[in-house]
Design a protein around this ligand. Structure first.
Ligand code: TYD
Ligand code: MG
Length: 476
């Protein structure tokens, strides 16, 4: 960097000096809080395995842990009545991406810490770059810290996104936490992106970047500077295959807002939802499509999914909720005789354990046993239907595939449905039933099959299959 404040020599000086006389670190058991001076596979106090996490030993830490009086503590504080606490209304910073601002509750809150989690390749860098490009153009002081890609790579991405407009986002490519903190102190941006929390590395800890100890230390230090300087930080974190914010999960209590970026990498549709938001609702979700020039907001997703729905056996339309917004999305199933013991159950966009439950209810209460069949379920477009309201759609799609009968509305349109399956075969109401029905009506799919119209899965199956039941394709 040419700016003197960003000069490598300047900013790296301090941490390098520290790394020579490395302060002692401790290893704390995350299960029982026991401290060890060295890492060990097993905690010698509680006997748990792989629970020791490296931490920087800070002044007074041991005393505080032990519950003893903290040296230098100034004694009692005077509580203030809540009504007299000064609380400024937050003037939000608009990212210029309507769907993202909506999920945040109206834009970024100055000085807040937002964690954006998602699988590699889902579009986290793309989304944060687009947001910074807009904020920079709007005259905000910004900073993009990349600990994953080179500045040249970031430039190539940004060029793709902004289509030739001048790229004004200040950027550093650095993995050392000390250097990044020093840069934050000297640049004092209003909004900063850290991409990613798992690739930054604190020289004070000997553990590798991305380990629980490192991730905590990195986030904790960035939080400290951000709160002191009023910097709004977008912290990017990778999630593992099973969906857990591994590493970043330990950060959820630290940050003000946790956004989850979901979808399948190979598909173009992505959703962003808030799973924690101190400054807004967690009911919001935004839908995006990944195009050649970046993420494009999808405002009429229902219309698109309905027009693409196949109406073939094995297809129904789910009246889903993405946050507080209704979304019509196609659910497809394929049922085929299995060669395997146990048979295969594959689900994309729907929980596998939930699929097992739906199949059990179908077999026990719907007369559709699939013990010797492979079952595949797919929520089209890479959308995740992780809500109980998706049960009935999965059940009907599977029943339709198993019977080889297409399910359509009386008007010959795709069949729309929603509802939770109870273990005794009853249909249970789910949140926002009226809004789901209104969405189905809006797109000409009324009447929708729902807990309002049918009480049990058997009744719903009878209504959907009608007299059109063929002999079962797949024997029970
Ligand atoms: P990226 O934002 O790098 O993902 P993450 O930071 O979450 O790992 O982008 C992921 C994918 O998106 C990448 O495979 C390339 C693709 N992409 C597009 O299709 N269009 C675009 O305009 C950009 C920038 C990326
Ligand atoms: Mg990235």
């Amino acid at each position: 960097m040419s700016q003197s404040g960003l000069d490598r020599g300047d900013v790296l000086g301090a941490p390098y000096a520290q790394s020579i006389a490395r302060p002692a670190t401790i290893h704390v058991c995350s299960a029982c809080g026991h401290e060890e001076s060295r890492w060990a596979g097993q905690c010698s106090a509680c006997g748990e395995w792989n629970t020791l996490v490296e931490e920087v030993r800070r002044h007074g830490q041991r005393a505080a842990r032990a519950g003893a009086a903290i040296p230098g503590s100034t004694g009692a504080l005077t509580p203030v009545p809540l009504g007299e606490v000064a609380a400024a209304a937050h003037a939000r910073l608009q990212t210029g991406i309507g769907e993202l601002d909506g999920v945040l509750g109206g834009g970024l809150v100055p000085g807040s810490l937002v964690l954006i989690g998602g699988a590699p390749g889902i579009g986290k860098s793309t989304l944060t770059t687009m947001a910074l490009a807009h904020l920079t153009a709007a005259g905000r002081r910004t900073l993009y810290v990349s600990a994953e890609e080179s500045a040249a790579q970031i430039r190539l991405r940004a060029q793709r996104l902004t289509g030739g407009t001048p790229l004004a986002i200040p950027v550093i490519a650095e993995t050392d936490l000390g250097a990044v903190l020093a840069t934050l102190e000297s640049v004092r941006p209003e909004v900063c992106v850290i991409d990613s929390v798992q690739t930054l590395h604190s020289a004070e800890l000997s553990s590798a970047a991305g380990s629980v100890g490192q991730v905590r230390e990195v986030a904790g230090e960035i939080l400290r500077v951000a709160k002191a300087r009023g910097i709004c930080v977008l912290l990017v974190g990778h999630v593992t295959k099973d969906g857990a914010l591994a590493g970043p999960r330990v950060l959820e209590h630290l940050v003000d807002c946790v956004l989850q970026f979901e979808g399948e990498r190979e598909r173009t549709y992505r959703t962003v939802r808030a799973i924690k938001n101190r400054f807004g609702s967690t009911n919001e979700a935004g839908v995006f499509e990944m195009r050649d020039h970046g993420l494009v907001e999808v405002l009429d997703a229902s219309a698109m999914f309905v027009s693409e729905a196949t109406r073939a056996p094995g297809s129904v339309v789910l009246c889903a909720m993405q946050g507080s917004r209704p979304l019509l999305v196609e659910v497809q199933a394929l049922v085929s005789p299995s060669e395997l013991e146990p048979p295969r159950r594959v689900a994309a966009g729907f929980d596998r354990n939930r699929l097992a439950l739906v199949l059990a209810v179908l077999g026990r209460h719907g007369g559709i046993g699939l013990g010797t069949a492979d079952v595949f379920v797919n929520v089209v477009g890479g959308i995740r239907a992780d809500e109980p309201g998706a049960d009935l759609a999965v059940a009907l799609a599977v029943a339709s595939a198993a019977r080889g009968v297409a399910m359509t509305s009386p008007a010959g349109r795709p069949l729309a449905c929603f509802g939770e399956l109870g273990l005794t075969g009853e249909l249970r109401s789910v949140a926002h039933g009226d809004r789901r029905i209104a969405e189905a009506t809006k797109f000409g799919l009324a009447p929708a099959l729902s807990p309002d119209s049918h009480r049990t899965v058997r009744e719903a199956l009878a209504a959907a299959l009608g007299g059109r039941q063929r002999s079962p394709r797949v024997a029970a």
